[in-house]
Design a binder for this molecule. Sequence first.
Ligand code: IDP
Ligand code: MG
Length: 139
Amino acid sequence: MERSLVLIKPNAMKRQLAGTILSRLEAQGLKIVALRMRHINKALARRHYTAHKSKPFFKDLIDYITSSPIVAVVFAGDGAVEAIRRIMGDTNPVKAKPGTLRHDFGLDIQQNAVHGSDSSESAEKEIKLFFRKDELFDY
Ligand code: IDP
Ligand code: MG
């Protein structure tokens, strides 16, 4: 079973879309194996988005992702990383296909409602930033 980290981003939290987004993912056969709501600090945000530290949008992205509490979830399933990327759609909500989470709930390229890991390797790294081993369930 592959695992992927999903974050419900501040724009989706403020619009009370966490449950809607999680139920769409569960409806595709993905299983919740860890879940927590937290207001992450900038240090954790910078570690999570370290691959983007030299991008012009980095500072804004860190300010955004730390602007409200978020929900962090680990989903497990066969091909979970790719399945979640497909359900989320393109990074830019304008380019995301109808029926994808980012098309339906994203406001702009930054406030695109949801994060999903981009590979199994980055998923495992990201999961370690958000959860201890004993917070991940096998059932
Ligand atoms: P992804 O979330 O689809 O994997 P990445 O390129 O990894 O997209 O970017 C991480 C996050 O950074 C995006 O989800 C989005 O919130 C933000 N972002 C990406 N590109 C831009 C941009 O051009 N301007 C502002 N924010 C951006
Ligand atoms: Mg990415």
